[in-house]
Design a protein around this ligand. Structure first.
Ligand code: PLP
Length: 372
C-alpha cells in the first residue's frame, strides 16, 4: 500500500501564487485604508454579486457573524425551525440571539431539512425557518417557501457550502428572505476568514450594512445595537484574487469527484452522495455513506485512513442536537431525528480540493478498495 508522502486533509485552503497578491498589499499600504468599506471591499461586493448572479451582497468578517446579523436584521425571535445535520455555527447563531432552536429531521435523499416534517414543528412562537444547503445540495426551496408563506414565517438559508451553486442555471442564493455564505479558509472560496449576506434589495442591504458597523447610519446617528462584523481590506483583496482562480478550482474539484465516482462505482456498500441532476454543483464535499453491511465500519475506515495520514472527516457527526447545550430540548430527542442519526453514523467525507494529486487519490482509493 502506498502511504502518502505528506498528510492529506479533507480540504486545503486554495492559495493563488503569492506574487499575485503583492500588488494588492502594496495598494493597501499606499492608500493606508485598512477597513471600513474601503475600495477593495466595495469592488469585491460588486464583483461577487456579478459572479454569483445575485442583486446585492454585504461582506462580513466571517459566516457566523453574517448568520447572527441576518437574524437581527429580520428581527427573528421566539422559536426557529432548523436542521441538526450541520456545523455548530448554524444553531449557535440562534442562541446568540436568544432564540430557541427546534430541530426537524432531514430527508435522507438530500441530507437537508425535510419539508414534510416542518409543519408539525410549528407553534405560536415560531417566527422563522433556518435550513442549510448541506454539502451545497439545494434544499427543497419551493416547498419551504410555500410553508413559510402559509404560516407567515421568515426563512434564512445557511448557504455556507453553496458558493456558486445553481439550479436550472439560476443561483440558489436568490431564494429565501436572506442567504448567508462563509469564506473561511476551508470553504470552496476563501478570504482567509470571511462571509456575506445575500440581500434581495438595496434597502435591506443598507440596514445590514448599518448592523455590521455598530449600527452607525452616519457619523452621529446610531439606529440599532449593531456589531462589528466588517471584512477588512486584506481579506477583500484576497477575495478579488481568488475570484480570478475560482473557475479553475471548481473544475479541479469536479474532476476529482468524478474520479472517486468511477473508482467506487463497483462497491455497492459505499454510496457517493450527489445533488439532483438539474444542479450546477460546486463539489464542495465528497460525502460517502458506508452502509451497515460494508466489510468494515465507518469508524474503522476513518481510523484506517487516519493511520495512513489521510484525514477524512465525519461531517456531520455528532449531530448538533447531541451537544450538551441542545440535547435537553424536546426536539433533540433522537427518536424524532432518525434519518439524521442514521446518516451521521454512516457518513465520511473524503478529501477533495484542487491541490490533491493523482498519487494522493491513488493512496486514498487503495485503502477504500482493500476493505470492501
Ligand atoms: C463554515 C460554516 C459556517 C460558519 O462560517 P464561518 O465563516 O466559519 O464563521 C456556518 N454554517 C455552516 C453550515 C458552515 O459549514
Amino acid at each position: 500500500m502506498s502511504k502518502p508522502t505528506s498528510p492529506i486533509y479533507v480540504t486545503e485552503p486554495h492559495l493563488p501564487p503569492l506574487e499575485e497578491f503583492m500588488p494588492y498589499l502594496q495598494a493597501i499600504w499606499d492608500k493606508k485604508r485598512l477597513t471600513n468599506s474601503g475600495p477593495f471591499h466595495q469592488q469585491l461586493e460588486a464583483e461577487l454579486a456579478a459572479y454569483l448572479g445575485v442583486e446585492h451582497l454585504s461582506l462580513f468578517a466571517n459566516g457566523t457573524l453574517a448568520l447572527v446579523t441576518a437574524l437581527q436584521a429580520l428581527r427573528i425571535s421566539g422559536e426557529v425551525i432548523t436542521t441538526p445535520y450541520t456545523f455548530a455555527a448554524t444553531t449557535h447563531s440562534l442562541l446568540w440571539n436568544g432564540i430557541k432552536p427546534v430541530f426537524v429531521d432531514i430527508d435522507p435523499a438530500t441530507c437537508n431539512l425535510d419539508p414534510r416534517r416542518i409543519e408539525e414543528a410549528i407553534t405560536p412562537a415560531t417566527t422563522a425557518i433556518l435550513p442549510v444547503h448541506c454539502y451545497g445540495f439545494p434544499c427543497d426551496m419551493e416547498r419551504i417557501e410555500q410553508i413559510a408563506d402559509t404560516y407567515g414565517l421568515k426563512f434564512i438559508y445557511d448557504a455556507a457550502h453553496a458558493f456558486g451553486v445553481r439550479r436550472h442555471s439560476e443561483s440558489i442564493l436568490r431564494y429565501g428572505d436572506l442567504s448567508i455564505l462563509s469564506f473561511h479558509a476551508t470553504k470552496v472560496f476563501n478570504t482567509f476568514e470571511g462571509g456575506a449576506i445575500i440581500c434581495p434589495n438595496a434597502k435591506i442591504k443598507q440596514r445590514i450594512d448599518y448592523l455590521k458597523n455598530f449600527g452607525f447610519a452616519d457619523e452621529v446617528t446610531v439606529v440599532a445595537p449593531g456589531i462589528n462584523g466588517k471584512m477588512n481590506e486584506v481579506e477583500a483583496a484576497m477575495g478579488l484574487l481568488q475570484l480570478k482562480h475560482i473557475d479553475a478550482a471548481l473544475e479541479a474539484r469536479a474532476a476529482i469527484y468524478q474520479h472517486y465516482a468511477e473508482a467506487l462505482a463497483g462497491i455497492p456498500t459505499l454510496t457517493l452522495l450527489q445533488p439532483p441532476a438539474e444542479t450546477g454543483w460546486n463539489h464542495a464535499y465528497c460525502p460517502v455513506l458506508v452502509s451497515a453491511d460494508h466489510p468494515i465500519s465507518r469508524d474503522t475506515l476513518f481510523e484506517r485512513l487516519k493511520a495512513n495520514d489521510i484525514h477524512a472527516r465525519r461531517y456531520f457527526y455528532p449531530l448538533i442536537s447531541s451537544f450538551p447545550m441542545y440535547r435537553g430540548l424536546p426536539s433533540a430527542n433522537p427518536e424524532r431525528l432518525g434519518n439524521a442519526h442514521r446518516i451521521a453514523d454512516q457518513v465520511i467525507c473524503l478529501p477533495i480540493h484542487p491541490a490533491l494529486t493523482d498519487n494522493d487519490l491513488a493512496s486514498i482509493l487503495d485503502i477504500l478498495h482493500t476493505a470492501r
